[in-house]
Design a protein around this ligand. Structure first.
Ligand code: NAI
Length: 705
């Protein structure tokens, strides 16, 4: 039976496998973990030994073997390389896809090598690991194929930095095989003899797991998530009961080489080992081959956006009129030129443009200069700005108009020709620059506030018109030290308010990775949040046939004005639809809408806590609960209960009675009764620090459900 060389490149899988904490613990026991490294063996705060991954997808090996038509009597695991992209969760479903990438011929009677490569995803959507597995097919060599390239591998010429001794038991394979590799070679004496061994041998991957534990204990103690790669060659069989020694040489801050030796015979059973470790590298957001136009980029925020985009590969048009802070007088080419020089000095690509955004002609020219120089426009940041602050009575038409011309009309003038180019290319990212003055109001800035809020309106509709062309339009409300704010902000805050604290969010909004559109974000001093127009649930008044009286409006005003359970509409139709259907919609039972919504987020739960507080149950109680809720919907809250009163605050308090730590979704589940508190605690989903007994009061003190 010959190897099937046509199997190379054929897609294999997907193959899915469910697993839970018991599988994780069984594996850990199979590779020698126990009370000495309980984190891997106890469901409370369970951690996963990274090499569990290869045991969990072991069945995939049979796809390689069957497709390549390997003679199973002669199959051995030759090499294994695991590259970890994300830590392995303690439960879930793994889905693996792969292919045979190469088949090598070592020669007649010397065997063949079949190399299979696979990627495995978790049911949380993340790619967890890549496996490169080399199967040594002892009886399939000599078909006239190419031999594998020689690998040059050298261990340092010094004593190992770590040497860990282990003693797998005589029965180790019986335990390890329960994790997936039930091959008879590791359990059946007759089969082992037939395959040329004295008796059943250890699974190579079991020794690999022992080695992984030794490497972690030496180099990433308690942090399995820091294991990035584990590669090795299985060089000799190991019999159960033979002691082993894992020798480790740390070669740099993130890498070690290693081998595993049979301590009885001195033979290397695993060699050419590579262990890489460290934090998961962040995926770098790049703008290579993208063209960005930034208006008002000669200084302040715009300059930082231009530099950061250029550093990440974008070709940049640095527009700046170079005028005064209030836009009066002439312009200057110097600010834009200086920024271009800086970009060039960093090895980036940029051109300067000095057009005035306040005219339609200026807007056209800015975009034309981008297209002439770089062929297209992918990104536009409408950033140019001036200020002419005056209280409303003193706000003469020329000051009103000048500010609207630069901010609102300016964005119109530049966005329109840019949008045309983006639409033709089927891609675009536009960022408008609003201000807290527009979103919330600021004394003396009626002109500026109006212009800035006008930009939000422009975004709201442009996002709809750009939707089918992959043009995303978002808005930032920055807070940063610049010449616009130098006389408004206290000087001691200037350093904390560097534009560099704003630019990461703006760059994200400009990136291909950004799928958001139509949103407004505040950004400054390292703090970011979203601002939105929230619409209350409202009420119908009267019968919908006859207009209500003013008195009816007054009677219902609290409900009309309430933003409780409010929502954010994406477009006009949604709001009009709600208004049109208001009389047809079944009237919600009193409080039903509140109840349904109230507990669907962590923030809503804390909002609801004062109402759910049972003052009677708290009469003689004096406790402070700190909540640390992790995840995107989480945050820190603390709750002070004293003399029958309850106070809920955000943030961290100094001396809590106990601290409850939990993931956001688990917390919502627990409060809603989906996850029983005891189970949350015993499963490690809820961690409690401090006085655990006092934490049990919570259920009595709050009746949230
Ligand atoms: P900045 O004054 O340093 O930058 C604005 C730039 O726009 C200047 O370089 C100016 O020469 C240029 N410019 C003005 N009129 C122009 C025109 N007609 N055509 C072309 N370029 C023109 O100020 P900063 O703070 O960097 O402001 C950038 C944007 O951020 C502005 O839109 C501003 O309103 C907005 N903003 C800034 C805040 C902050 O805290 N710095 C707060 C809220 C909004």
């Amino acid at each position: 039976m010959a190897l099937n060389l046509d199997s190379i490149g054929k897609k294999l899988g997907p193959v899915s496998k469910d697993y839970n904490w018991k599988d994780v613990v069984l594996y850990a026991l199979g590779v020698g973990a126990g009370f000495s490294d309980l984190d891997y063996c106890y469901e409370k705060n369970l951690k996963v030994i990274p090499t569990f991954s290869i045991a969990a997808i072991f069945d995939f090996l049979s796809h390689y073997a069957a497709n390549a038509n390997i003679n199973l009597a002669g199959i051995l695991h030759g090499e294994q390389d695991l590259i970890f992209h994300q830590p392995i969760p303690v439960e879930g479903t793994l889905t693996t896809k792969g292919q045979i990438t190469r088949i090598y011929d070592k020669g007649e009677k010397r065997g063949a090598l079949v190399v299979g490569e696979s990627d495995t995803w978790h049911s949380n959507g993340k790619k967890l690991f890549t496996s490169v597995m080399t199967l040594f097919s002892r009886f399939d060599g000599g078909f006239g194929g190419e031999n594998a390239p020689k690998e040059i591998f050298e261990f340092p010429d010094r004593k190992p930095d770590f040497e860990i001794e282990e003693s797998p038991s005589l029965d180790q394979p019986l335990l390890y095989r329960l994790s997936g590799d039930v091959f008879a070679l590791h359990v059946d004496s007759e089969f082992a003899e037939m395959a040329g061994f004295e008796k059943p041998i250890m699974h190579g991957l079991c020794t690999y797991g022992y080695s992984c534990r030794a490497l972690m204990n030496s180099l990433t103690p308690g942090e399995p998530e820091k294991v990035r790669r584990l590669k090795c060659r299985f060089s000799r069989p190991l019999y159960p009961g033979d002691p082993i020694k894992i020798q480790i040489w740390k070669t740099d801050d993130h890498k070690a080489v290693w081998k595993t030796i049979n301590s009885k015979t001195g033979e290397e059973v695993i060699t050419n080992g590579i262990f890489e470790f460290g934090d998961i590298p962040k995926k770098e957001i790049r703008f290579d081959d993208q063209v960005a136009v930034i208006t008002g980029a000669g200084g302040g925020l715009g300059k930082v956006y231009a530099l950061e985009l250029a550093k990440r590969g974008a070709k940049v048009v640095v527009n700046d009129l170079g005028g005064s802070r209030d836009g009066s007088g002439g312009g200057s080419s110097t600010p834009a030129e200086k920024v271009v020089d800086e970009i060039n000095a960093l090895g980036g690509e940029a051109i300067a443009n000095y057009d005035n955004v306040a005219t339609a002609e200026g807007g056209e020219n800015i975009i034309k200069s981008a297209v002439d120089a770089f062929g297209k426009v992918d990104i536009l940041i409408n950033n140019a700005g001036i200020l002419r602050d005056k209280s409303f009575i003193k706000m003469e038409p020329e000051n009103w108009k000048a500010v609207l011309d630069v901010h609102l009309n300016g964005a119109y003038h530049v966005s329109r020709p840019a949008f045309k180019v983006m639409r033709e290319n089927g891609f675009g990212r536009i960022v408008m620059t609003t201000s807290a003055a527009g979103l919330y109001g600021n004394f003396g800035q009626t002109n500026y506030s109006s212009a800035k809020m006008g930009l939000v309106g422009l975004m709201n509709t442009l996002k709809l018109e750009g939707k089918k062309y992959n043009i995303k339009v978002n808005t930032v409300a920055p807070i940063a030290a610049s010449r616009l704010t130098e006389d408004v902000l206290p000087p001691e805050l200037f350093d904390k308010m560097k534009p560099e604290f704003v630019s990461p969010l703006v760059l994200f909004l400009c990136s291909k990775e950004c799928e958001e559109t139509g949103n407004v974000y505040n950004a400054g001093m390292g703090f970011f949040n979203r601002a939105a127009v929230v619409t209350g649930t409202g009420t119908t008044i009267g019968d919908g046939e006859n207009p209500p009286d003013i008195e009816d409006i007054i009677d219902n005003f609290d409900t009309i004005a309430s933003l409780k359970n409010g929502k954010v509409y994406f477009e006009l139709n949604e709001q009009v639809g709600d208004a049109m259907n208001a009389f047809n919609a079944p009237a919600p039972a009193e409080g039903a809408a509140d109840d349904a919504k109230k507990l669907s987020s962590v923030a809503a739960i804390f909002d609801a806590m004062p109402e759910a507080f049972n003052a009677d149950a708290a009469k003689d109680t004096d406790v402070v609960f700190q909540y640390k809720i992790t995840g995107p919907g989480g945050g820190d809250w603390y709750c002070i209960i004293k003399d029958g009163t309850c106070e809920i605050n955000t943030g961290i308090t100094e001396k809590p009675t106990c601290t409850l730590i939990m993931a956001d979704s688990d917390f919502v589940d627990m409060i809603n009764g989906v996850l029983p508190a005891m189970q949350a605690y015993t499963s490690g989903k809820l961690k409690i620090e401090g006085d655990i007994m006092k934490s049990q009061l919570i259920e009595k003190l709050f009746k949230l459900k």
